[in-house]
Design a protein around this ligand. Sequence first.
Ligand SMILES: Cc1cc2nc3c(=O)[nH]c(=O)nc-3n(C[C@H](O)[C@H](O)[C@H](O)COP(=O)(O)OP(=O)(O)OC[C@H]3O[C@@H](n4cnc5c(N)ncnc54)[C@H](O)[C@@H]3O)c2cc1C
Length: 384
Amino acid sequence: MKDPLLNEKHEQLRQQVREFAEKEVKPLAHKLDEEVIFSAELTNKMFDMGLLRINVSQEYGGLGLDTLSYIIAVEELARVDGSQAATIAAHNSLGIAPIANYGTKEQKDRFLPKLTTGKQLWAFGLTEPNAGSDSNNTETTAELADGRWVINGKKIYITNISSSMSGGITVQAVTGDMGERRKELSVILVDRDTPGYSVETITSKMMWRGADTGRVFFDDVKVPEENLLGERGQGAKIMLATLDGGRLSIAAMGLGLAQGAFEMAFEYASKRIQFGRPIRSFQINSFKLADMATKIELARNLLYKACWLKDNQQSFGKEAAMAKLYTSEISREIANEALQIHGAHGLMKDNPIERFYRDQRILEIGEGTSEILRLVIARHLGIR
Ligand SMILES: Cc1cc2nc3c(=O)[nH]c(=O)nc-3n(C[C@H](O)[C@H](O)[C@H](O)COP(=O)(O)OP(=O)(O)OC[C@H]3O[C@@H](n4cnc5c(N)ncnc54)[C@H](O)[C@@H]3O)c2cc1C
């Protein structure tokens, strides 16, 4: 049945991304995961398809499409491979979005074209060794001297930071002291070719093994004063508002992953014969499939509603947090039950459900853990 929130263009985009994911991504996903390879070739193809510039206005080389279009693209990639979905999600909603939303005309002219048509990826630098959920505890510093910010510190677990395609990062840094032990936090744009900037790739990870995750170090990195994004002292506001949008992407990854896992479970349960019958005909398995389909339907409705709110300039922070929390948790339940339906075969490395089971786990941690999201939702309900 047609989704009432989607128009013809959304459906066409879904079809286009699904074909790309099936034809170009699916055949490579296992190898990239197994060998921990970030594929520049595949990322270039996603650039060519416009998947890394979906929401940016055409003035800056983007496609100028709405949030729902972007979410459908992430969902369709995640239906096949979480790593490629993570690459486009981090670039669009964490890399490009803060520059598009808070950048001056000069900053947009300088940074956006290389991120839309110039095939460079941009990263989002919030997390540090001592600042995870407590991102206000940032320790990276930026001091203004002779018209330049001098940045020192490090960021960890950063998506799209260490491959040759990475162009740089938006970094939250301490730029002063607000008194009462409150740090003044600001956001600064840093090009990767700036002296003192170095990166390391993190390869030893459970999930998103085909995406680029790394660390970035700033050793007296000097950038022009004009690289300050938004106003000085507004860093936390900018980064947290960016995460509201980012949560829609994580929700789309949860939805796509759940959909892909459900389809695999359905297909396997239809063809696997035990006791002379397809295993889906045992009531317990048919009920598992029914529960999966119901949860996916709910998740999709919640996520698309949050996108609709954003596209219609209404506040969407609560719904984005709910959609991220819900889809990430049902994707765990669905990946787990889908693996169970596959029996021993589901535990084998050559079965994609094994990768889905691992890729799911980050969704309950990245861009706000489930515990923090419950806190965010409770605050939206007025509970302090
Ligand atoms: C593959 C990957 C990619 C990532 N990409 C990026 C990126 O591009 N940019 C970026 O900035 N970060 C990125 N991250 C980091 C991610 O956003 C953080 O891991 C996340 O915000 C949680 O921080 P933490 O891991 O330090 O956990 P912590 O904050 O240390 O939390 C540990 C546990 O304590 C709980 N906890 C903490 N505080 C509270 C509280 N107040 N109440 C109740 N429970 C609490 C948490 O819920 C969690 O269960 C990435 C992480 C991974 C693994």
